[in-house]
Design a protein around this ligand. Structure first.
Ligand SMILES: Nc1nc(=O)[nH]c2c1ncn2[C@H]1C[C@H](O)[C@@H](COP(=O)(O)OP(=O)(O)O)O1
Length: 218
């Protein structure tokens, strides 16, 4: 087993100061002064959301929602929408920011209902995870949700979208998830969220090669 630990690393890296460079309604840019593991003082440019709530560590939630219906394959509920920072449509799990005083679980069920119309039940919660740590301190919790598709409330789901929100709901069968995502990418100009693509790789591994270790196979 080799180690990549730098032998010149003698200092515990830490933040010295954070100075605001610019701020908008939703996002701010900071100049972060920090000490690296070799003891050198350095600068980093950091983006942060202005909306993070004081009572929670995560900015938002992502929802892996499994729609279960009699005589249908289990499907993952996905959303497609135009994302201005990307300048194109993306394929994502339903997601959104956590409101003041709201738990991650409650935010997940609310966002799922708003974006897709489905009423779900929480079956799992991840710890707080980072999203793009080289750019920002943005964090998310991924909430696993089951949807009883036979429940009358879920037979004709109606979205509750806010002003300026345009979200298409796409159902992808769990056992063909990666193939369907690849098909969509070939058919339309969309960018797939990395969490979604990695979930698909994991599902393909679990369904088709459960006893193979992917890292050993090339
Ligand atoms: N970075 C953002 N710029 C904006 O101009 N507006 C933004 C940003 N992030 C969020 N929002 C707005 C858009 C919605 O009106 C609200 C709530 O977003 P939410 O649904 O919670 O999150 P997403 O689905 O991930 O957009 O905030």
């Amino acid at each position: 087993m080799s180690s990549n630990t730098d032998s010149t690393a003698t200092t515990t890296p830490h933040i010295v100061k954070e100075e605001l460079l610019a701020s908008g309604k939703w996002v701010m840019l900071e100049k972060t002064t920090y000490v690296d593991p070799a003891g050198n003082t350095r600068i980093w440019e950091t983006a942060k959301r202005t909306t993070r709530q004081s009572n929670t560590e995560a900015d938002g939630v992502g929802v892996i929602a499994l729609l279960k219906r009699t005589l249908h394959k289990d499907c993952v509920v996905m959303v497609k929408q135009f994302r201005p920072p990307m300048g194109c449509h993306t394929l994502e799990f339903p997601a959104g920011l956590i409101d003041e005083g709201e738990s991650a679980e409650a935010a997940a069920l609310r966002e799922l209902k708003e974006e897709t119309g489905y009423k779900g039940e929480v079956v799992g919660v991840t710890p707080v995870t980072c999203l793009d740590p080289g750019l920002s301190n943005c964090t998310t919790q991924i909430i696993m949700v089951n949807i009883n598709g036979d429940d009358p409330e879920n037979i004709h789901p109606t979205q509750q979208l806010g002003e300026g929100e345009f979200v298409d709901v796409i159902l992808l069968p769990l056992d063909e998830f990666q193939r369907k995502v690849d098909e969509l990418m070939k058919k339309e100009k969309i960018v797939v969220d990395s969490k979604v693509y990695i979930f698909g790789m994991g599902m393909a591994q679990a369904f088709f090669k459960p006893n193979e270790l992917p890292v050993l196979k090339q």
